[in-house]
Design a protein around this ligand. Structure first.
Ligand code: PHE
Length: 343
């Protein structure tokens, strides 16, 4: 075998072995492998010398090349296994799990205070036999006004600044149209709760253009103001806590007669006087009254065989009073810092 070919092969062998040894990670090691054993690598170059060797030297040179190749392949495999293992060990060292660290805690959502108050009111009145109804947000003028004894041009329409959708449709200004749908479609006697969003052109610290109401309607034989007062007083005690008083002030709604505004003693100061109740000791929570016979007439219900009462509350208002929220506008803003206080 030509001395020159043999010695360059030995040289390559030791260079490659050194390069493998020098590599400190599997990526560098692979680069070294490509450099020596790859298709365009140094060993391939040496093999090209074969062509220039005398015929009788070719077999022994070929054998030697193969031995060197095999040696380097083995060396590579060993070194690769070693470096891979080393890398895993280092990774495990660095990424050690510290079980003593405090947990980050799972975040769980919660019901919006408006939904919570709604659920609570429904639960309390369900115990008296009331069940839930909803209705469309866009109502015919007839259901929002006329059937509730608010005829066109009636001054009561000024009480609620209305969003008109077109000549005959409005965004409902209260949940009272739900009463009419039930009176038209359901069997008597009746105990229903209508709830959902309502809309008015109104916006300040205590008014929202879009808010929620819940109202009760009871229709039965022989219903009186005593039934209305008993039901509302029971509700107020259950909702705000025992010891709170209710007060009824004469008022006017076209769909109830007589009508009364409902106040309860301030749940914050218990009637002593504070900023929430403007130092009166009382807070207004809603409207109420006995169903006006005109409403029965529209719904083709026989009066006085059937009589009824109704009362309605603003849900945001109930939430503000119950949780001592200072600005009603916090409720629809949906700032998580505010909402998380109710989880
Ligand atoms: N619908 C009335 C309002 O929005 C409230 C109310 C409901 C009054 C039921 C009496 C009876 O102001």
């Amino acid at each position: 075998m030509s001395q020159q070919a043999a010695s360059s092969l030995d040289q390559l062998k030791s260079q490659a072995a050194q390069a493998f040894e020098k590599a400190q990670n599997p990526q560098d090691l692979y680069q070294a492998k490509v450099q020596f054993l790859g298709k365009a690598g140094a060993i391939t170059d040496v093999m090209k010398l074969m062509a220039s060797l005398p015929k009788e030297e070719k077999p022994s040179f070929g054998k030697k090349v193969n031995e060197v190749k095999q040696f380097l392949e083995d060396l590579y495999s060993q070194r690769e296994a070693f470096l891979t293992e080393k890398e895993i060990q280092a990774k495990m060292e660095n990424e050690k799990l510290d079980l003593t660290l405090p947990g980050s805690g799972a975040f769980s959502g919660s019901l919006h205070p408006v939904q919570r108050v709604t659920d609570e009111i429904v639960q309390i009145l369900a115990r008296l036999g009331y069940s839930l109804r909803t209705g469309p947000l866009i109502e015919k003028d007839y259901y929002n006004f006329e059937a509730l004894n608010i005829p066109p041009d009636h001054p009561a329409r000024d009480m609620q600044d209305t969003f008109f959708v077109d000549q005959t449709h409005v965004l409902r200004t209260h949940t009272s149209p739900i009463q009419i749908h039930s009176l038209e479609n359901e069997e008597l006697p009746l105990r229903i709760l209508g709830t959902g969003g309502v809309f008015r052109c109104d916006s300040d610290i205590s008014h929202l253009p879009h808010f929620h109401q819940i109202e009760a309607l009871c229709v039965d034989e022989k219903i009186s103001m005593a039934d209305l007062k008993g039901t509302i007083s029971f509700f107020v005690r259950e909702f705000f806590g025992p010891g709170l008083k209710t007060r009824f002030r004469p008022s006017f709604f076209p769909f109830t007669e007589p009508s009364a505004e409902v106040d309860c003693s301030c749940p914050v100061c218990k009637g002593k006087g504070c900023s929430l109740c403007k130092h009166t000791g009382w807070i207004e929570i809603g409207g109420s009254g006995l169903v006006n016979p005109k409403v029965f007439e529209h719904a083709k219900i026989e009066y006085p065989k059937w009589q009824g009462f109704a009362f309605g509350f603003g849900i945001e208002r109930m939430a503000i009073i119950k949780y001592g929220i200072e600005d009603i506008r916090l409720l629809p803003e949906n700032d998580l810092r505010f909402l998380r206080q109710f989880t």
